[in-house]
Design a protein around this ligand. Structure first.
Ligand code: GLN
Ligand code: ZN
Length: 778
């Protein structure tokens, strides 16, 4: 194994831990700072206290403090932004915020994350196949890299002063550049990864500084190595790994640097594992939940510690410890220098502690492991590795009992749900010919050319939120709450009629969240009270738990849609969340293929759609904003994913009549990649985000010869800006020049939920004005 005692790696560790605090302390503190209600010193004090309590908690749960089992992985906003701050990669538009070292203070850091006036923040995008969003670094030929912030060193020193030898965690150089985008002034063909030779020396400085402060290990996160979906071709990525770790691990020798653990969560390392194993890093952490332990010896691993991530860091089920121990035993056989147990990913994807979920059914609770329970699982398995199976006999039995209890519990397997699915034939997944549908719908709906609509939600005003909270607390009766929501629906309908939209929506005031609302109304789901996880920055979500076979005990949206339709002579869209999105934004059972679970949700939605149709709703929209997010990281897995996700959508939507129009809504703009899947959904109308990319996707659509209708967004709802009528008219003119007029709808990019009426009303007026102007030219 390793040659010096300083490099001893713990037998068990976690790759990271939730950083928002058990009561979202960090969210509250940083938001108070942004609002000017507290000082930077106060936020720093709260953060330091949170880090101290995290270290104490992890030690209490059984992680050792004398070897670096406890990660030092705090972030005020995002770990990728943190890395940018360490290496001084702050975009030029924020140059005035940078000190002489190249660093930013907390206020400057916040401004880079959130923007100011015309200075846009760093772009935000999804972190691998998770619902976490990171900030995209902007790197150009003239970006100066320098060791600009020693925050990781200070946080390490803080732990050490507390008697804890932590392991600093930093996004690795390869992943940092692989995830970056080129600055606007970069020449054609420039790629951020070209700057690797300039970046790596800065990491070397950081490592030297960490070693000088007494750090024995550092963790460099390199998840880019498990993905084919990043901009850098695999060959180049692997060459970057070799170059980086030759410089950091070979040319920079210990004890001038800490021992290096390279962590590769979210998937299988594939060809990158032998490459990493051939470098001089001291340890590699693999994801043994999404990926696999190699079945044969890997040259180079014999001198390294292999951290096997058997405990799922990205989902909330209690582990079958017996099976996990078997995986660890297999890992020992392939001849790594040492085997340690880890989590598959950072634990910040799961909530803190399941023990505080006192409202959850106790049986369900006994099947779950949140971050704290996962730490205990790691500690137990580590003991199993060092002391042998017998030493943890009791815990193995207990875990097996939980797994058995779950498998046999009422509701987990419901024959009536399974039989219904098994009895479906191919027709259940297929609608009739599109040309016939198009004619039937045109006749029934009689819409003008370039029909106008919105994506579903209208602003969730403080009054709506207040009413929902009061209803939740029992201060409003169901009847009073319903009356308030109906009044809101009437207001939204009147507004749309006054503005002159063609196809109306009810505004979704009754929905707290587009997934949780359905989870609360379907069997097979549970919702937590405190199960918050970070989505981005200070924003948290509380995913529902999909634990059992899914069915719909009663209609969910029908009464609302029907009421809304009664308020107008225009068409009212029914509005549902699709099966893939419901899965993507929940914690989903891990005991059967996702496709089976998706089909159960789809059947429940199919019933809802049938009821909407019977209630006279002629247009039904099934939102799938997350369909791109679940796309597997490895290209070889795409086809299988698209098969089941498309099938589930079609199962949900194919039961309708020819003259019922099915819409879907997707919200991201790189369409080319999944054009085939969009075609597969077979929706009559697809609304998509397009305003920021200036309708670029229409070219993809025209090129693909896509036959059905699309509504490219003409209003960027992510910004408070009100687009002018001229601006919208230009976008629309471009659209009618690119694809056939009878394929075009006019709508905003996404739901209007997060905007204010002061922005929404004039924006919609401009959209209608622009549409009328373009119609006049047809
Ligand atoms: N119908 C939803 C809304 O308008 C869609 C939201 C989304 O795409 N994320 O809020
Ligand atoms: Zn959207």
């Amino acid at each position: 194994m390793t040659d010096s005692p300083a490099a001893t790696f713990p037998t068990g560790t976690v790759l990271g831990y939730p950083r928002i605090g058990p009561n979202r302390e960090l969210k509250k503190a940083i938001e108070a700072f942004w609002a000017g209600r507290s000082s930077a010193d106060e936020v720093e004090a709260t953060a330091a206290d949170l880090r101290r309590r995290t270290r104490a908690r992890l030690a209490e749960l059984g992680l050792p403090t004398d070897v670096p089992a406890i990660p030092s992985a705090f972030s005020f906003y995002d770990q990728v932004l943190d890395a940018a701050a360490v290496v001084g990669a702050i975009p030029a538009r924020f140059a005035d915020l940078v000190d002489e070292r190249g660093g930013v203070d907390l206020a400057g850091y916040s401004t880079v994350a959130r923007g100011r006036g015309d200075d846009l923040p760093l772009e935000m995008t999804k972190w691998f196949d998770t619902n976490y969003h990171y900030l995209v670094p902007e790197i150009g030929p003239s970006t100066t890299f320098r060791y600009a912030s020693d925050r990781p060193v200070r946080e390490f020193a803080e732990g050490l002063a507390d008697g804890v030898q932590t392991r600093p965690v930093v996004v690795g150089p390869v992943t940092f550049l692989a995830l970056a985008k080129a600055t606007e002034d970069a020449p054609e063909g420039f790629s951020p990864i070209d700057r690797l030779p300039d970046l790596v020396p800065v990491y070397a400085e950081l490592l030297r500084d960490l070693a000088a402060a007494g750090a024995t290990w550092v963790q460099l996160d390199e998840p880019a190595l498990v993905s084919d979906s990043i901009a850098v071709p695999t060959e180049q990525l692997l060459a970057a790994v070799v170059e980086t770790y030759r410089a950091l691990a070979t040319e920079l020798a210990r004890p001038e640097r800490p021992a290096i653990l390279v962590a590769a969560p979210y998937g299988d390392l594939g060809a990158a594992l032998p490459v990493l194993a051939s470098t001089d890093v001291e340890a590699v952490a693999i994801d043994a939940v999404k990926g696999q332990v190699p079945s044969e010896p890997v040259p180079g691993l014999e001198s390294k510690t292999l951290v096997v991530g058997v405990v799922d860091g990205h989902n909330i089920w209690r582990a079958d410890l017996d099976a996990k121990l078997a995986v660890l035993e297999r890992a020992e056989v392939i001849g790594a220098g040492a085997v340690a147990v880890g989590t598959s990913t950072n634990l910040f994807h799961v909530p803190h502690d399941v023990d505080v979920e006192t409202q959850l059914d106790p049986t369900l609770r006994s099947w779950l492991a949140f971050a704290d329970q996962k730490v205990r699982e790691v500690v137990t398995l580590a003991e199993g590795i060092t002391e042998g199976r017998e030493a943890i006999h009791e815990q193995l039995l207990e875990a097996s009992d939980a797994v058995r209890s779950r498998a046999g519990a009422p509701g987990v397997v419901r024959p009536e749900v399974r039989d219904r699915l098994a009895a479906l034939d191919a027709d259940a997944f297929r609608r009739g010919d599109f040309a016939a549908r198009k004619a039937a719908q045109a006749e029934r709906l009689a819409l003008p050319p370039l029909p106008t609509t919105t994506i579903g939600s209208f602003p969730q005003t403080p009054d709506i939120r207040k009413a929902r909270a009061a209803f939740g607390k029992g201060e409003l009766t169901a009847e009073q709450y319903e009356d308030e929501m109906k009044a809101e629906i009437r207001r939204v309908v009147e507004l749309q009629e006054r503005i002159g939209l063609d196809v109306l929506v009810h505004g979704e005031p009754e929905r707290n969240d587009m997934v949780q609302y359905f989870a609360e109304n379907l069997d097979g789901f549970a919702v937590t009270q405190h199960g918050w996880v970070q989505s981005y920055g200070s924003r948290c979500t509380r995913p529902s738990i999909l634990w059992g076979d899914v069915s719909r005990p009663a209609p969910i949206t029908v009464a609302w849609s029907q009421y809304a339709q009664q308020q107008t002579s225009k068409w009212m869209k029914g509005m549902l969340t699709g099966p893939v999105t419901i899965l993507a934004w929940s914690f989903v059972r891990d005991d059967q293929p996702l496709g089976d679970t998706a089909n159960q949700v789809a059947l429940a939605l199919r019933d809802e759609i049938a009821d909407l149709e019977a209630a006279g709703i002629a247009i039904i929209q099934v939102d799938e904003p997350a369909i791109r997010e679940l796309l597997p990281l490895r290209a070889e897995d795409h086809a299988a994913y698209l098969d089941w996700s498309v099938a589930a959508f079609r199962l949900a939507t194919s039961g309708v009549r020819e003259d019922t129009q099915v819409h879907t809504h997707l919200c991201y703009s790189e369409f080319g990649e999944i054009m085939g899947a969009i075609d597969g959904l077979d929706a009559d109308v697809t609304s998509i985000e397009a305003a920021r990319s200036k309708m670029e996707i229409l070219t993809d659509i025209a090129k693909a010869g896509y036959p059905r209708a699309v509504g490219p967004g003409v209003y960027d709802i992510h910004s408070p800006r009100v687009p002018s009528q001229d601006e919208v008219r230009e976008l629309l003119s471009e659209a009618v020049n690119t694809i056939a007029v009878d394929q075009l709808w006019v709508n905003p990019d996404c739901g209007l939920k997060t905007r204010r009426y002061e922005e929404v009303t004039p924006s919609l007026e401009h959209i209608i004005g622009a549409t009328q102007a373009v119609r006049a030219t047809l």
